[in-house]
Design a protein around this ligand. Structure first.
Ligand code: AMP
Length: 232
């Protein structure tokens, strides 16, 4: 209350567009549906949507909270800030700049924040690049796991943004973590769902529908502008 701190979430335009498209594409009502959106790009965030409304997000007051990102660490023990500041004689602002701009995939891989560069080196066996993807998928899985618990279930998991739309290996690594929940992806569909529009990539009989939906924030903004100008 004192500081008016609140969770802003971020990437809301993308999450709103994609969660809407999930139901349109499947031809179902959002009412009664529990959806997780994985917006995985240079900035990554996840949202939990129930009855068409966002009930949980991975980013907080700032975009630093949540999963591992291109240059952001994502969540970690807040005392890390004090530890690094004391050890390296840095200010809090300097440590937070490091956690926002020099961490995440960039720091773990040691080469780049660009998933394509890391994928190339990982396929050559570079251990730090392999670790970067393992950590990326693991933290996303942890976040989704907590959202599944808070929603008491999940009907649909949807991937979007640069990595979510294009990197089938990350999608597979993430989904394999949820085999215990009955999540099954169709490996062929998953590999083929790269830059070719909305797709269902789960296998027949999967307990959860898994999808890839390209985000379209520009469309959502234009749609909102039209709605607001018509109402006024
Ligand atoms: P975004 O922030 O949504 O633009 O996503 C940027 C991230 O998506 C970068 O890490 C890119 O390397 C990654 N990305 C874009 N295209 C591809 C691709 N074809 N395969 C793997 N990653 C990709």
């Amino acid at each position: 209350e004192k500081y008016h701190i609140r969770r802003y979430g971020f990437h809301g335009t993308s999450h709103r567009y994609v969660s809407k498209r999930v139901c349109e594409f499947l031809g179902v009502s959002p009412i009664g549906k529990k959806i997780i959106i994985c917006h995985l790009g240079n900035g990554s965030s996840m949202s939990a949507v129930v009855d068409g409304k966002c009930v949980d997000t991975s980013m907080g007051l700032t975009p630093l909270e949540g999963v591992v990102m291109g240059t952001r660490s994502g969540s970690c023990d807040p005392a890390v800030v004090q530890f690094i500041a004391n050890n390296d004689h840095m200010t809090v602002n300097e440590v937070l700049t490091m956690m926002n701009k020099q961490s995440g995939l960039l720091a773990i891989s040691g080469i780049s924040n660009d998933a394509r560069d890391i994928r190339t080196r990982a396929s050559e066996g570079d251990e730090r690049c392999l670790l970067a993807f393992d950590m990326f998928a693991y933290k996303a899985m942890q976040q989704a796991g907590s959202m599944i618990a808070s929603m008491a279930g999940v009907d649909t998991i949807t991937f979007t943004a640069g990595i979510g739309e294009n990197d089938w290996s990350i999608r597979k690594a993430f989904c394999d973590c949820f085999e215990w929940l009955g999540v099954r992806i169709d490996n062929n569909k998953n590999r083929e769902a790269v830059g070719n529009g909305p797709q269902v990539i789960s296998a027949a009989g999967s307990a959860v529908t898994v999808m890839v939906i390209p985000t379209d924030e520009e469309y959502m903004i234009a749609h909102d502008v039209e709605r607001l100008t018509k109402n006024n």
